[in-house]
Design a protein around this ligand. Structure first.
Ligand code: ATP
Ligand code: MG
Length: 493
């Protein structure tokens, strides 16, 4: 028996007369219900839609009205799965709620007698929440996907779907609906001989489209090499050691999969850059959740939108979910006052229960706004503090940006540059190199030490203008976070 029928079996075993199945896969759920009805000894399955009315009625058209359909169902004796396809939008009508309650009380003691609502959206009025049993139907499980894949291979031998590496393909397909999986397989199959890489590319493209449709999740392409990040060696080491863990083999071997990482610290020290690096290093797609859009009201209440965003991320796992400036994202105001505790507590619960192949990468600046629960061990695997880079690290960052801007790093005096940029962050170093390059380009020559020194002298670093804030951030992080730099707490500036 498949995971879907298992799930539906246990739903009907609860004997609730009214069941709400939340799923975008009407056909698949209906098929599952038919299979359950069959094993229950041939329970009749009767469907209703607002276009065709109730199946099996002499005057089906007259039962297009949901109240009349529900009354007709209440009059039918005995067991039956009465599957209402389009009922969700009508639930807020008082006469529909009444007709449902009448059904609820009329058939409570009969086994296998249910009105089942299937809907892709959750629209359950509060007044009915006690009587209706709500179930979120899981998307196809790995075994169901494997079955679908095997079947596709049998039906379309010309597609050349590979039998080896099936495990990897199945894992990548997880989270998609049955119909989406079918489309992906047909698309790759019809383009010619499908090898594993082509299928995986196509699957990730499909997932990106799904995410795009959501509106508030944004795909960030894996373009950031770990060598383009200077310093932060503890953090790099941590990431490198875990690069093989986001895989089928690690999951099967029972190796604990990392849940998430919180990076806090001084502005411009590479927190956001580090998140982008994880995606390239681990070869796992990265999705940034735009909390401003979640809170905008364009996608329903913030709670609904946030819940949907987490669900969408689950559907595209394995994935990295990036929450930038988490203190704003989770509705925490200055000094730790929560302005939206619902979202915050929903997030903490979700972090505990989320599927293993989603990694949370969170960044925070105003760390004193973070409540203790979020930092507590167990939520994030590690909390890193990104401080201003020390001399050696600034030199590394200079080298990276000089190279990126077409200069030969060997032509520069790094001792002097290190002295000139005490207390600077990575973003400021980058800014100096870019400005020096622009000036040199204007004069039609490659950039040199003099351009760079001139550019440096024009920039006032944050550590001068925000000295007090940076001191406060450091003393706060001192006892609470691990230094991202291998130089630990050796101080600069
Ligand atoms: N360690 C670093 N190595 C190389 N480049 C760096 C480093 N730190 C910062 N940069 C450069 O500065 C840019 C800005 O850094 P980033 O956005 O990662 O900082 P941040 O810590 O997220 O800052 P904020 O708190 O303001 O969001 C990066 O895109 C990168 O070009
Ligand atoms: Mg940032």
């Amino acid at each position: 028996m498949s995971s879907l029928t298992d799930q539906l079996q246990s739903v009907v075993a609860g004997r609730s007369p009214l069941i709400y199945l939340l799923s975008p896969e009407e056909d698949r759920v209906l098929q599952g219900l038919r299979a359950v009805a069959e094993t229950a000894g041939g329970v009749p399955v009767v469907t209703w839609s607002c276009v065709s009315g109730l199946e099996g009625e002499a005057d089906a058209e007259a039962t297009r009205d949901p109240v009349r359909a529900l009354q007709a169902v209440s009059r039918r004796p005995g067991a039956g799965f009465f599957v209402f396809k389009d009922l969700a939008p009508f639930l807020s009508r008082p006469e529909v709620a009444r007709a449902l309650r009448d059904f609820y009380y009329s058939g409570r003691d009969t086994v296998y007698r249910h009105v089942v609502v299937i809907s892709a959206e959750l629209v359950l009025p509060e007044s009915l929440q006690k009587e209706i049993y709500l179930v979120e139907v899981s998307p196809p499980s790995e075994s169901e996907i494997a079955e679908q894949l095997a079947q596709a291979r049998q039906e379309h031998p010309d597609y050349g779907l590979p039998a080896e590496a099936a495990g990897e393909v199945v894992l990548a397909l997880k989270g998609l609906t049955e119909a989406e999986i079918r489309q992906v397989l047909h698309r790759v199959g019809q383009q010619g001989h499908a090898d594993k890489d082509r299928i995986l590319d196509e699957i990730f493209a499909e997932k990106r489209t799904i995410v795009k449709k959501s509106g508030y999740l944004e795909f960030s392409p894996p373009r950031y090499d770990i060598d383009g990040m200077g310093g932060l060696d503890n953090l790099k080491d941590w990431l490198i050691r875990r690069r093989k863990l986001f895989s089928r083999e690690a999951l099967d071997a029972g190796v604990p999969i990392p849940k998430g990482l919180l990076m806090m610290g001084v502005s411009g020290c590479g927190k956001s850059l580090a998140v982008k690096v994880i995606s390239s290093l681990w070869q796992v797609p990265l999705f940034r959740l735009d909390m401003n859009l979640v809170f905008s009201g364009m996608y329903g209440t913030p709670e609904e939108a946030f819940h949907k965003a987490l669900r969408t991320t689950e559907s595209v796992a394995p994935a990295i979910l990036w929450l930038d400036e988490i203190e704003n994202a989770l509705g925490m105001a200055e000094e730790g006052i929560k302005i939206d505790s619902h979202i915050f507590s929903a997030f903490l619960t979700w972090m505990q229960e989320k599927p293993p192949l989603i990694f949370i990468a969170a960044t925070a600046n105003r760390i004193n706004a973070l409540p203790a629960e979020i930092i507590r061990k167990g939520r994030f695997d590690q909390v890193f503090f990104c401080d201003l880079p020390v001399d050696e690290e600034r030199v590394e960052i200079f080298r990276i940006h000089l190279k990126r801007n077409g200069a030969n790093p060997d032509d520069f005096d790094f001792k002097m540059l290190a002295v000139m940029t005490q207390g600077w962050n990575g973003a400021e170093i980058e800014q100096a190199v870019i400005s020096a390059r622009t000036d040199a380009y204007y004069e039609g020559r490659p950039l040199n030490q003099r351009d760079l020194s001139a550019a440096i002298s024009k920039i006032v670093p944050l550590s001068e203008t925000m000295e007090q804030q940076i001191k406060a951030i450091r003393s706060w992080a001192f006892s609470r976070a691990t230094p991202a730099s291998k130089y630990g707490r050796r101080r600069v500036g």
